[in-house]
Design a protein around this ligand. Sequence first.
Ligand code: UTP
Length: 299
Amino acid sequence: MAAKVRKAVFPVAGQGTRFLPATKVVPKEMLPIVDKPLIQYAVEEAKEAGIEEFIFVDSRGKTMIANHFDYNPELEDALFAKGKHELLKKVQESTLPSGLAAYTRQEKALGLGHAIWCARKFIANEPFAVLLPDDLFFYTPNCLKQLVDEYERTGGYLLAVHDIPVEDTNKYGVLKIAKDDGLTVTAEILVEKPKPEEAPSNVAVAGRYILSPEIFEALEKKAIGSGGEIQLTDAITSSLGKVTCTGLRFKGKRFDCGTMEGWLEANLYVGLQREDSRDLLTAYLEKLGFSRENKDSDF
Ligand code: UTP
């Protein structure tokens, strides 16, 4: 049986240029979907999937993320004194217990692969999860939990994958597939952002991974790939002789909140799901001329 996945890495050192000027000071990962920052959705997903240790790879200007997960006595005291117990609960739920969160620096944004390499000493010698906080997933069980459950069977590298329109392959890491049983695929290689006409398939990686320490040997080479960055997909490919790589077609919705379109859609989706905003938002959309046949259905 594969070892338990106890640790998760959250790469949060990117520059978030697609969201400038919002991200000039505020980290992209702190942008809220309705009233909760993206990074908190990812941490909650990891907790629910059984993760016990949380490793953040951050950079200058991202200390807001560590502060977000820290204890804030002044705020808690003020909310308590005013009897705002619901809000107090929300604040307390966003705190990570002492000693279970670690923060390390990626000095230069050299790419996702390099960011993961920066976490190597914290991972040491066990499998670990990677969550890209700008990818937001909704389903029960959540996306990482689906991977953790499947990992008991597969071991090796296990990636969340989905079928994408062929014209979008240049936005993703794409798998060349050796075997496909409908739910899982076995990857032969991964290609980062191939042109549609050169893509080996339309099965693409989404922002949830389970990896094993072999990835660090590959990342150690610091090979420069697509976009001049050290790519995680290249490191996965280069260790495939030693480790198997399986893709799990995750169930549920995914929003790419690293793009304005995905971020706006996610806000609408969550706003229309939540009881405290659904009616207000629906009324506003109807006023604008949009209608929903069935207000309670998923969309
Ligand atoms: P993106 O590819 O979305 O890059 O990173 P980005 O820099 O955040 O955003 P744009 O493209 O400039 O708009 C995906 C995830 O990987 C992290 C980011 O913080 C984000 O969570 N990342 C990316 C790093 O930690 N380091 C890097 O060098 C690159």
